[in-house]
Design a protein around this ligand. Structure first.
Ligand SMILES: NC(=O)c1ccc[n+]([C@@H]2O[C@H](COP(=O)([O-])OP(=O)(O)OC[C@H]3O[C@@H](n4cnc5c(N)ncnc54)[C@H](O)[C@@H]3O)[C@@H](O)[C@H]2O)c1
Length: 356
């Protein structure tokens, strides 16, 4: 299949490109940014802005995709700083992508929604088909994008499908989401031996390791249409507390100091999100199942971050004691939901490296 990825230079796109190539797809990319130096050979990179209709149409004409994976967006924390830019990129950008698909004959659009689309006050785990009343511009634009895509499906027969991603964790620098504190426990834990998280220690949100998130996108795109009764799907993997993640890092980096100093603005954003998602609908309709839990993700991700940073792993020995400022054991009330007993994950191409 020929796939056009919008926002291909971001945290998700950087790892998605090699996965799609390894599955035999042809890949084109549309991003505001120029092609990163590490872009794999054979990728058609188109520099352009999704808020400009003609640039989206030109990219679709130039690449002639069978499917568009629409990733370009302004994420939650950045979206609260520049809400009307977030509105333009996430709303108008999505409309132009859908419209280009309709007018130019692209059959499928894959949409990347988020836990931030739900809003506060819902019972956990939050179901697939609940009323969504987000309180951030990011959430507002993502619910609207979901509904607009469903409108295109109903009115014009577009094969629109999407997932609601949890906070995503990978070795690529994140692009302005509010789940970034998790990524930086790993990055700064390795590089600096210390990290001050901008959330409370008991903060609990749904999280997912990038290989699971990428597999979800590709599996959903490839799922037989006749099996799908829904178009938007919750997907879930784990919901560890912030101090449980810190403890998992501390067990593997002797002496690391991870502390918590909540920033009220960003804490309010994560407090408006669900703590856990119910992904039974995705499991039933296209066989979704997470493969990575906190412990396995931590082993894998620390190895990648160390390799990228040129930092050697500590010598093997008894499990390191957590440093002051971390909690080794989950505190009472923790709601971790490990994806245990999963089959060995397929190898996923290593991250392309930090982009900023
Ligand atoms: N990363 C997460 O934790 C997470 C969680 C939930 C949902 N998502 C969704 O997944 C998708 C990908 O997220 P990501 O983490 O890779 O984001 P990111 O911020 O890392 O990357 C976004 C990319 O979009 C590009 N972009 C921004 N404005 C653009 C424009 N006007 N025209 C063209 N390109 C533009 C940026 O240059 C960047 O390369 C987004 O739709 C996001 O909402 C991500």
């Amino acid at each position: 299949m020929k796939i056009l990825i919008t926002g291909a230079g971001g945290q998700v796109g950087t790892d998605l490109i090699p996965l799609l190539l390894s599955r035999g797809h042809q890949v084109a990319a549309l991003d505001l940014a120029p092609a990163p130096a590490a872009t794999p050979a054979g990728v058609q990179w188109i520099q352009g802005d999704v808020t400009r209709q003609e640039e989206v149409f030109d990219a679709v004409k130039a690449s002639k995709p069978d499917s568009i994976f629409h990733l370009a967006a302004i994420l939650s924390a950045t979206g609260e700083r520049i809400p009307f830019r977030a509105y333009a990129v996430n709303m108008e950008g999505t409309r132009y992508v859908l419209e280009a698909a309709r007018v130019l004959g692209t059959k499928q659009v894959i949409f990347t929604s988020t836990i931030a689309a739900f809003g506060p006050g819902l019972e956990n785990p939050v179901g697939n088909d609940v009323s969504m009343r987000p309180t951030t511009m990011y959430g507002v634009t993502k619910v609207a994008g979901e509904l607009l895509g469903e409108y295109y499906a109903t009115k014009w027969g577009l094969d629109f499908r999407g997932v609601r991603f949890p906070g995503l964790i990978s070795a690529v620098e994140p692009g302005g989401g509010t789940s970034d504190y998790v990524n930086y426990m790993y990055f700064d834990g390795v590089r600096k031996g210390a990290y001050e998280a901008f959330v409370r220690a008991d903060t609990t949100i749904p999280l997912m390791y990038m290989p699971d998130a990428l597999r979800a996108l590709v599996d959903l795109a490839e799922a037989p249409a006749k099996k799908l009764k829904h178009r938007m799907f919750n997907i879930a993997a784990m919901s560890p507390r912030a101090d449980e993640i810190a403890a998992a890092v501390a067990r593997r980096i002797p002496g690391v100091k991870i502390t918590f100093k909540p920033d009220p603005r960003r804490q309010a954003i994560v407090d408006s999100w669900p703590q856990a998602l119910d992904d039974k609908v995705a499991a039933a309709e296209w066989g979704w199942k997470a493969e990575w839990d906190l412990e396995r993700m931590t082993d894998d991700l620390l190895a990648k971050v160390r390799a990228m940073s040129g930092v050697a792993a500590p010598p093997a020995g008894p499990a390191a004691k957590p440093a002051a400022g971390t909690t080794a054991k989950p505190a009472a009330g923790a709601t971790a939901k490990p994806a245990a007993k999963a089959p060995a994950p397929k190898p996923v191409a290593a991250a392309k490296g930090a982009k900023k």
